[in-house]
Design a protein around this ligand. Structure first.
Ligand SMILES: [Zn+2]
Ligand SMILES: [Zn+2]
Ligand SMILES: [Zn+2]
Ligand SMILES: [Zn+2]
Length: 223
């Protein structure tokens, strides 16, 4: 399968990272002072849509439920569907499983919504450390949002048509062309979002407040 060319900003220093170089770079930001909180560095991506990938850190004392909550916020939540982590096909792992009990090198499957399912791959890639944080899961890098062009006029797309998704090569529309398409066809439209769940069920990205902001680098806040 083709690898991605999508890049991601480092949330510590702002540097633009490739998917393959991100792990090594992010580990250089590990906190080395006293009372560090030991964490696992975790990569989450989509097995099919390779352009969508994030790196997060999560304390060893935390559990998979916290990771599930975070994934719902940044990428998934539409109507409170069920979700699960898997060690191998159909062998689920409890949401209570402690991060400390998952060996580095483990790759788990994850599914959100067992109807129109979004599948993710969760890789536990290394140990890191940070100053104690209130929030369990902290985002360290996220792919830059893909740009799509309106199929009618070529302007930046804001919506996609769920009814045309499998028929048109380009089901994306700018705001005004989306309006006309909707009025003419009465088709179901959803917003363009930076998520592998774009266009599924009723996903609109309402809980996603994690876009990269250059003026909010963690290094400036002394991590
Ligand atoms: Zn950095
Ligand atoms: Zn839904
Ligand atoms: Zn247009
Ligand atoms: Zn349509």
């Amino acid at each position: 399968m083709a690898q991605t060319t999508s890049k991601a900003h480092c949330y510590f220093c702002g540097k633009l990272l490739t998917k393959t170089g991100a792990k090594r770079h992010l580990l250089t930001h590990a906190y080395e002072g006293d009372k560090a909180q030991k964490c696992c560095l975790v990569k989450v991506d989509s097995p099919y849509l390779k352009d969508y990938w994030i790196y997060v850190e999560i304390p060893l004392t935390s559990n998979l439920e916290k990771l599930d909550e975070f994934l719902r916020c940044i990428w998934l939540e539409c109507c409170g569907h069920m979700s699960a982590f898997y060690a191998a096909r159909y062998e689920d792992i409890s949401m209570n499983c402690k991060i400390a009990n998952i060996p580095i090198g483990s790759v788990l499957g994850y599914e959100y919504d067992f109807g129109s399912t979004t599948e993710l791959t969760v890789s536990f890639v290394g140990y890191t450390a940070r100053k104690r944080q209130q929030k369990a899961v902290r985002l360290l890098a996220r792919n830059e949002a893909k740009q799509f062009q309106c199929c009618i006029c070529g302007k930046p797309a804001k919506e996609l048509c769920c009814d045309c998704m499998y028929e048109l090569d380009n089901p994306f529309f700018c705001e005004s062309c989306a309006q006309s398409h909707y009025e003419k066809e009465e088709h179901f439209m959803l917003p363009v979002v930076n998520s592998p769940r774009m266009g599924e069920c009723g996903y609109e990205g309402k809980l996603d407040r994690y876009e990269f902001e250059p003026n909010k680098l963690y290094n400036k806040q002394q991590q």
